[in-house]
Design a protein around this ligand. Structure first.
Ligand SMILES: Nc1ncnc2c1ncn2[C@@H]1O[C@H](COP(=O)(O)OP(=O)(O)O)[C@@H](O)[C@H]1O
Ligand SMILES: [Mg+2]
Length: 361
């Protein structure tokens, strides 16, 4: 059986990259290829300019010190204190005792667990356990952090806190992060780019904003539909309900999607004025995903077909993506032809760039 097939993945240094898909898609297997916990039968794995599959045992050991990893169920040593758990990789790497102590204290402080240093994992909450695991993963100042469903066992509030910590790992320490998850909300919150996986393949990849606003693959749409806040489908019911009352007016229902600077410009009033048209907004969101502003509106544009067509052209000229919705349709999700941004196209390769490296404290 083949767990991964024709997977080409390029993670840039300094970014947070998401791997999303349902259970069994091959996400963990792909993630474990990065540090060679899983050795692919074919293909290459490049990390920070090194081809991992060609390293000897000793070289691999040292390369792995550059790669931290955290898991859904934390994998802490139950019989060791918080401090000893964090010290573990440092002792393995034969750091001096004094250095171990100062590094552990630094990390405890950085993840906010200084008072819990001498407790055992069983005495901690799930979120605290994951903080310990993150501190342990950062102990040897890795350049890369791999997160396998790191928040999947946590409640929503704790999930937010751990995701904020992962953002700090990336921003403050310059660590490149790869996040495996089955939740779009996790991707939306922390990732810059994302790859969607199904049956051992990547079916779609790109920037998170584009993937959210213009999903191309059916699976991506399904994953988005489970995510409350994404509004992949502005409610068809609203369109229908409000649409019926609007039927007495001439006009068309439009779905507008825009991003970046377009959010701040007075596009709607400009176009309405220019074309002598009118509109009403039925439903919509203006928000930000990872620093990129976007808008998504469901609206009625009033007028005859010529006037509406003129307005659509003017909106598109201003960078809006416009879909015309007929009254009977449930709302289609846009499927614009976005170019794949994967640079590497050869068969089976994983390439992870590395950030500046961990420097906690
Ligand atoms: N080394 C392997 N060789 C072949 N198949 C594997 C291997 N490891 C895992 N699998 C299978 O590959 C599929 C993907 O597993 P996994 O990567 O754990 O998916 P996910 O993390 O997306 O839930 C599963 O069906 C699993 O049983
Ligand atoms: Mg998994």
């Amino acid at each position: 059986m083949v767990a991964l097939d024709h997977v080409n993945l390029r993670v840039q240094a300094g970014e947070i990259f998401g791997l999303i898909g349902y259970s069994g898609a091959g996400k963990s297997t792909l993630l474990r290829c990065v540090n060679l916990l899983e050795r692919p039968t074919q293909g290459e794995v490049w990390v920070d300019g090194q081809e991992m599959t060609r390293l000897n045992k000793r070289q691999l050991q040292s390369a792995r010190r550059q790669i931290g990893m955290i898991f859904q169920h934390f994998h802490l040593l139950a019989s060791a204190t918080v401090a000893d758990n964090i010290a573990f990789p440092l002792r393995l790497a034969r750091h001096r005792n004094a250095d171990v102590t100062s590094r552990v204290n630094e990390l405890l402080d950085w993840v906010g667990l200084s008072e819990h240093a001498h407790k055992y994992p069983a005495q901690l909450s799930g979120g605290q356990k994951q903080r310990v695991a993150i501190a342990r993963a950062l102990a040897t100042r890795p350049k890369i952090l791999l997160c396998d469903e790191a928040t999947s066992a946590l409640d929503p509030e704790t999930t937010r806190q751990i995701l904020d910590l992962i953002l700090r790992v990336n921003r403050e320490l310059g660590v490149t992060v790869v996040v495996v998850t089955h939740e779009m909300s996790v991707v939306r919150r922390v990732c810059d780019r994302v790859a969607v996986m199904e049956a051992g393949r990547i079916v779609e990849s790109g920037s998170v904003v584009d993937t959210f606003l213009f999903p191309r693959h059916e699976l991506t749409r399904r994953l988005l539909a489970m995510d409350d806040e994404s509004e992949a489908n502005l409610s068809a019911e609203v369109a229908h309900r409000q649409g019926n009352r609007l039927d007495e007016w001439p006009g068309r229902k439009l779905r507008l999607v825009f991003r970046g600077d377009a959010v701040y410009r007075p596009i709607l009033s400009e176009v309405a004025q220019m074309t002598g048209g009118h509109y009403s907004i039925l439903q919509g969101t203006v928000d930000v995903i990872k620093d990129v502003p976007y808008g998504r509106l469901l609206m009625q544009w009033f007028g005859d077909d010529t006037a509406v067509a003129q307005a659509i052209a003017a909106l598109e000229e201003r960078g809006c993506r416009v879909d015309v919705l007929d009254d009977t349709s449930s709302l289609p999700v846009a499927d614009s032809p976005r170019p794949l941004d994967d640079a590497s196209r050869q068969q089976g390769s994983v390439n992870v760039g590395a950030g500046a490296g961990g420097d906690a404290g």
